[in-house]
Every structure is written in structure tokens, then in C-alpha cells.
Design a protein around this ligand. Structure first.
Ligand SMILES: [Zn+2]
Length: 341
């Protein structure tokens, strides 16, 4: 079966290729190079100090969608999840095209027995996580996106804001254990599966404003890795720093910077776990840039998304495949070590 930019590896290719056993894909929504620069200058006094900025491989990603030079998060995440460019707003369906479901890398890796998880600081049915576990013609169809998760793709972990189609009752009815705050998440045993963390209703609070009894992104990632890594077959985990985009739409530098720093803290949790391993690939990428930020001056030039290329930082098994400039739809091919057209 074809990806847009390559072929899904068949079983022989997969088992004998160089696909890493564990994949942790971090997506900073709206996080271009200038957002990282601003966050580094704020914390360290100069650019290049964030943990992911020091990853051994740095490349660039072209971000356009099928119908626009300026992508939205649905089309961008679909490209990175499926290898296909789709129209803005579309969640992993072939649109434009025959409207068929596009296999996602999460669904593909489930076939090899891997545990899977989606983590976001937005509500968990928002566009970026949705593209990995749902298939709908519009990102606004969050009720259907929730049902795609709960009844079809069934990731082992869904951690993020609640509401927008996902709720205690429907998750429980589909066999998920629901946790609602940091203490309940902490109490989940590491061998648990089918956990729905519904932390508030809607997007989670900005780290700048404090999370109260809700878990930070770092806390969610630490728990996700503890749970998923108990699977001897390995795991796929997608983590979205979703509020970087929200803050940049408001041209709110203080909150954007703090979100990038919290995102970097979460990446560092993953890197610390993976140090010494030779079977794990960690990727940090963005779906698009938001705000037209100049990181040195801290000035924004728009309240929308831009067409700027975004950096991709890679660490671990197969990281060297991410140097140079790639297209967003190449990402799953590169993760699975398949040649890109
Ligand atoms: Zn946005």
C-alpha cells in the first residue's frame, strides 16, 4: 500500500529494515525556529540552549498542504501521520481524492504489536492528535473523532484536555479507565492499558498561568513512557505541544515562550529515558510556524500561520535520516526507513 511519498514497508521489509523499536514524535504546534530561539534566549540568554536544539541532527521541513502554501494543523499532521498531503481541515482522509481512509503510522505500528499513545495540551480530539488516530473530513467533527479513537484505532493512552467529543461516560463505556488530574494519573500502574486522561474540559491551561491539580506536559510524557515502555514489542508515542500555537495566534510572547520551554522539558524527559538505548528514535518537529515571529526582538508579524519551513530535530536510532530539507509527508517514510520519492 502506498504512502504519498513512499510505500509502507511490508512485513519482511519492516522486520529487516532499520525502523526503530520505539518512536517518540514531538510536534510543537506553531513552533518555528524563531519560537525556539525566543524560548532559549529567555531561559539561557542566547539561542541554541534548549535540549532539543542540541540534538545531533537538525533538518528543515516544508510545510504546505494539498491546497495551500499555508497549512493548518489538520493537513500538516495528516502529512506527518500518513505520508499524504490533504486539504486544510481534513483528518487523514484522501481529500482531494477518493475520500478513502489513509492508514496512519500509529495504526501501521499497531499491526506489529506496539503500544501507542497520544498526548496533547489541547483537547485530545483536536486536529494534531486526531490525524494519528481518526479519519474525518473536517477537524471540527470532534464527536466523530472521539468515536474513531474509542471504537476503531483505540490507542492505549489518550492524555490531554477533555470535552469536544470525549467524556467520562463514553470512554468508560468503551473500556477506558478515566483519570481526571495529576494524582489520578500518577496512581495508574505502569502495566495499565486503555487510559483516557481527561484533564479539564477543553484545552489545558498555559504553563505560564499554572496548571493547578492538572499534570504538566512533562508529567504526562513521563507517565506515558513508563506505561508504553512496559511493552516488549515497543511503542509509538505522539506528543503535541498544542498551546504554542494558541499563544502565537494571540501574539502572546510570554505564554508562547513558556509553552516552548515546557515542551522542551517534556522532550528532555524522553531523552533522559532513552539515553544509552539503541532502539529509540526521538523526533521534534513542528506542523507550521504561527505568528511570523522574530525570536530575537520578540515581535510578531501576523496572528495567523505562515508558510515558513520549520526545523526538525532528531535523536537516536535513524536520526541521521532527518538531515537536509524534507517535506512534511516524508516524515513517516523516514521514521520507518523507507526511501522517499
Ligand atoms: Zn494555529
Amino acid at each position: 500500500m502506498a504512502f504519498g511519498a513512499c510505500d509502507w514497508p511490508d512485513q519482511t521489509e519492516y522486520l529487516h529494515g532499520e525502523a526503530p523499536r520505539n518512536v517518540i514524535l514531538f510536534i510543537g504546534d506553531g513552533m518555528g525556529a524563531e519560537q525556539a530561539k525566543a524560548a532559549s534566549i529567555d531561559r539561557f540568554g542566547s539561542d541554541g540552549g534548549l535540549g532539543f536544539q542540541e540534538f545531533p541532527v537538525v533538518g528543515y521541513v516544508e510545510t504546505r498542504s494539498a491546497d495551500s502554501a499555508v497549512t493548518d494543523s489538520a493537513a500538516a499532521a495528516t502529512a506527518m501521520a500518513t505520508g499524504f498531503r490533504v486539504g486544510n481541515g481534513v483528518i487523514s482522509l484522501s481529500v482531494p481524492g477518493d475520500r478513502s481512509r489513509l492508514l496512519t503510522i500509529l495504526e501501521y505500528l499497531q499491526r506489529y504489536g506496539k503500544s501507542t499513545g497520544l498526548v496533547s495540551t489541547k483537547f485530545i480530539t483536536d486536529a494534531t492528535p486526531a490525524a494519528f488516530g481518526a479519519h474525518q473530513s473536517s477537524r471540527s467533527m470532534t464527536d466523530r473523532i472521539a468515536l474513531d479513537y474509542l471504537e476503531r484505532s483505540r490507542p492505549d493512552l489518550l492524555l490531554g484536555g477533555g470535552g469536544y467529543g470525549i467524556g467520562d461516560r463514553i470512554a468508560s463505556a468503551n473500556g477506558y479507565t478515566v483519570v481526571a488530574d495529576a494524582a489520578e494519573l500518577d496512581a495508574v500502574p505502569d502495566d495499565a492499558r486503555m487510559v483516557s486522561g481527561q484533564f479539564g474540559s477543553g484545552a489545558m491551561p498555559f504553563e505560564y498561568d499554572g496548571l493547578g491539580d492538572l499534570p504538566t506536559l512533562s508529567v504526562m510524557v513521563a507517565k506515558a513512557i513508563a506505561i508504553l515502555s512496559s511493552d516488549p514489542d515497543g511503542f509509538f508515542l505522539m506528543v503535541e505541544g498544542g498551546l504554542i500555537d494558541t499563544a502565537c495566534h494571540s501574539n502572546d510572547l510570554a505564554r508562547a515562550v513558556r509553552e516552548v520551554q515546557g515542551f522542551d522539558d517534556a522532550v528532555s524527559i524522553a531523552t533522559a529515558w532513552a539515553i544509552g538505548r539503541t532502539d529509540t528514535l526521538i523526533i521534534v518537529v513542528a506542523d507550521h510556524e504561527t505568528g511570523g515571529l522574530d525570536g530575537a526582538s520578540g515581535t510578531f508579524s501576523t496572528t495567523g500561520h505562515t508558510s515558513a519551513d520549520v526545523p526538525v530535530y532528531a535523536w537516536g536510532e535513524g536520526a541521521d535520516r532527518f538531515g537536509g530539507t524534507v517535506e512534511n509527508r516524508d516524515i513517516p517514510c523516514l521514521i520507518l526507513d523507507m526511501p522517499v520519492d
